[in-house]
Structures are given as structure tokens and as C-alpha cells.
Design a binder for this molecule. Structure first.
Ligand code: RI2
Length: 311
């Protein structure tokens, strides 16, 4: 099977045309649905081989994407359980598992928005970093609930995703201020709350998010500004429970300085790790939980996550 849809989506993820952990996972799930469609006429053996290849291609697109990996693993395990080796049954199982995963992602987003919006009070200033669709959903829900508040967005070098957040806020009728990343320390004192998204949550309750997040968490601690992370529990990476470190994607130097002098070393990690001690709470579909309890909560709610993952 040619796997065209899967390759095309993986390319778009790699080039950051699709970004944000949720959007990446959704696009990958849709690619699996497309694969099931394309499988008409293929044998069970061909489809099983294609599934394994598709998984490899999608996993390799970006490395710090446990939500996508959990989703793909779950869909494949459902397909194998329900479809066996029959091509048609396998394709149907992939398609229905994909739909049900997408539905549960929507439900989680809705719960997180409802719970997170309650943390925002009238008159609040909320600081956020980068662009997280989970965070913007909370802010839009708070606005829909009639809260009056404003948002400070860091621009988020080098790719300026903060501009996306700022634009989205304006479109939602929310007052927004954009600052350069290095102004965060000057503005954290005006903030009543900081909320950021997550790309990955480790077994120790540490959070991997866009580079610069951990500095903001430190500042928030010093300024006594509560710092929250908004995330689906399925951004939990089970591999960290088995001893692996979460991989931190390092991107190309041209994103930082295109045309830099030859010989200059440029480092461009996409993410950093915020220790759990700096996080007031993780706003997730289960409620607001302590990062210390995340492994127990995931184990109770999504026990399959801990099925020893194939690499
Ligand atoms: P949602 C983004 O990473 C940001 O780090 C953001 O906080 C996180 O994904 C989660 O986004 P990137 O893909 O899943 O822009 O909340 O590198 O949309």
C-alpha cells in the first residue's frame, strides 16, 4: 500500500504546517482513517504491514508528541483486537476506533474548557505562552461565561506562535497584549494567573511545553502568580514511567537566524521541562489535579496507556 495520506500528513507535521499537540494528534488520527479508506482491495496482511509502517512514519514526524503516539497505539490495538487479520474488519475497526478517539478528545477539550474557565475571575489578567488550543478554549469559554478579563501573550520566539494566540483573542473579543519573551518578568507581576498548554507530561508530573515555559513558571513562583497547565491526560508519556527520558525536539538553526555567520553555533530546542514543584495544578478532563498525582490518575482512567508499548 502506498501510504500517501500518511506520508503527506507526516510531512505537514514535520514542516509545522500542522502544529500544537492536539492538532498534531487529530491530523494523525485522520490519516489513519484515510489509510483505512485506501485499504479497499488490500489483503489483511498488506493492511497489517501498512499499519505498522504508518505508525513508524507518524511517530518519526515530531518526537515530543505522546498524545499522537497514545492515539495511534490505541487505534492499532483496537483494530488488532476487533479486526484480527481480515482486511475489511480491520479497516472498519480502524475507522471506528479513530472516530471514537476523536470524540473523546472533543469531550476532554470541553471538560477542560469548563473547568479552566472557572479559575478565571472578573478583572483577571491571564498570561499565556505560545499557542495552545486547549488554553485558548478555556479563555474563550470564560469570555462566553461573561467574565471580563484580559490576556498577555508572549510572542514566543523563534516562530511567533504568540501572534496566533493574540489574533485568536482579538477575534473572540478578548483584550490582548503582546509582549516579547524577555518582557515576561516585567509583566508577570500584573498577571493574576498564568496558564500554558503541554506537549508531554512525564510520570513524575513534570511538563514539557514550548521553550521558555519553565522560565515563566520560575518567574510566576517568585511573583506568587499561580501557574497552571491545561492538558488532556493522554499527553502523559508512559515511556517515562519505564525509565525513558522525554525526547526534546531540536529544530533547525535557520528558524533562529537565517543567514547566520558561518561557524556560529545556534541551538534551537523546541521545548523545555517545567518541574512539577512550580505547577499549581494540571487542568485536565478529570478536574484540576496535582502534578504529583498524574500517574495514578492516568492509571485509573486510561489503564491501557501502560500496556508495555512497542517502540
Ligand atoms: P495544544 C505547542 O507546541 C505548544 O507548546 C503548546 O503549548 C502545545 O503544543 C499544546 O498545544 P508546537 O506544536 O495541544 O507549537 O493545547 O511546537 O493545542
Amino acid at each position: 500500500m502506498p501510504l500517501e495520506s500518511v506520508r503527506a500528513v507526516a510531512d505537514r507535521i514535520r514542516r509545522l504546517e500542522i502544529r500544537g499537540a492536539r492538532n498534531v494528534a487529530i491530523a494523525a488520527i485522520r490519516a489513519m482513517e484515510a489509510l483505512a479508506e485506501e485499504a479497499k482491495g488490500a489483503s489483511g496482511e498488506e493492511l497489517l504491514k501498512a499499519l505498522s509502517e504508518a505508525k513508524g512514519i507518524l511517530f518519526a514526524a515530531r518526537e515530543t508528541e505522546p498524545l499522537m503516539r497514545n492515539a495511534i497505539r490505541w487505534i492499532i490495538s483496537q483494530a488488532l483486537d476487533r479486526g484480527g487479520t481480515d482486511a475489511r474488519a480491520l479497516a472498519e475497526a480502524i475507522s471506528s476506533a479513530s472516530k471514537s478517539f476523536l470524540k473523546s478528545l472533543e469531550e476532554s477539550k470541553d471538560s477542560i474548557a469548563e473547568i479552566g474557565a472557572r479559575r478565571i475571575r472578573d478583572g483577571f489578567v491571564v498570561l499565556t505562552h505560545c499557542h495552545s488550543s486547549t488554553v485558548t478554549e478555556i479563555l474563550k469559554r470564560a469570555k462566553a461565561d461573561g467574565k471580563r478579563f484580559e490576556v498577555i501573550c508572549t510572542e514566543t520566539r523563534p516562530l511567533f506562535q504568540g501572534r496566533t494566540t493574540a489574533r485568536e483573542m482579538l477575534e473572540a473579543g478578548i483584550k490582548a497584549t503582546l509582549i516579547v519573551d524577555s518582557a515576561a518578568r516585567s509583566f508577570i507581576n500584573y498577571a493574576d494567573l498564568a496558564i500554558v498548554g503541554a506537549d508531554a507530561i512525564t510520570s513524575e508530573g513534570n511538563v514539557v511545553n514550548k521553550i521558555g515555559t519553565s522560565a515563566i513558571a520560575l518567574m510566576a513562583q517568585e511573583a506568587r502568580t499561580p501557574f497552571y497547565v491545561a492538558s488532556e491526560l493522554l499527553k502523559y508519556d508512559p515511556a517515562t514511567a519505564y525509565g525513558d527520558y522525554e525526547a526534546i525536539e531540536e529544530r533547525g538553526p535557520e528558524e533562529v537566524w537565517d543567514g547566520a555567520p558561518e561557524g556560529l553555533i545556534i541551538r534551537n530546542p523546541a521545548f523545555d521541562v517545567t518541574r512539577r514543584d512550580f505547577i499549581h495544578g494540571i487542568i485536565c478532563e478529570e478536574g484540576i489535579i496535582s502534578p504529583h498525582s498524574v500517574t495514578e490518575v492516568v492509571r485509573r482512567r486510561y489503564p491501557w496507556v501502560f500496556d508495555r508499548p512497542s517502540p
